[in-house]
Write a protein that binds this ligand. Structure first.
Ligand code: FE2
Ligand code: FE2
Length: 157
């Protein structure tokens, strides 16, 4: 069974994942408003992925008979000053999420929670990808490529 300490942190993470899903959906709406359909699709896919992350945690906890709390998801904005601002905020957020998973991995180790530790590995790997994606997009936009041109560089699927 998984440790209580890790179960508590994973429960907090559920709402963070749903919140990220909501934030990315807001970014998608913002991009649609700018006629940046490629970016809108990209953020919509990100939003779906974050929801999948939340569900992965919910399933893991409920299958392990651990308590699951589904808190209210905070409101997300659909307004940004620029696409670069949205991308930079995404990167900042993904870095915070990576930190949280590293802390969870440490807690799992401290509690000799091998099942929980194993479960976290997928997320740690996923976070590397997400950070790389947003870091690359931030660099592209900071490099001066306009958002319409940058659409061709967005990851498909
Ligand atoms: Fe996530
Ligand atoms: Fe993410």
């Amino acid at each position: 069974m998984i440790s209580e300490a890790l179960a508590g942190l994973l429960n907090q993470q559920i709402v963070h994942e749903f919140r990220a899903s909501q934030v990315y959906l807001g970014m998608s709406v913002y991009c649609t408003g700018l006629n940046l359909d490629g970016w809108a699709g990209f953020f919509e896919r990100q939003s779906e992925e974050e929801r999948e992350h939340a569900l992965k945690i919910v399933r893991f906890l409920s299958e392990a008979s651990a308590p699951v709390s589904l808190e209210a998801v905070p409101e997300a904005t659909t307004r940004y000053g620029s696409l670069l601002e949205a991308v930079s905020k995404s990167l900042e957020y993904e870095r915070k999420v990576s930190d949280s998973f590293r802390i969870m991995a440490k807690v799992a180790q401290e509690h000799h929670d091998h099942t929980g530790y194993g479960f976290l590995q997928w997320f740690l790997k996923e976070q590397i990808e997400e950070e790389n994606t947003f870091a690359r997009l931030e660099a592209v936009l900071e490099g001066g490529l306009n958002p319409f041109q940058a659409e061709t560089l967005l990851p498909r699927e």
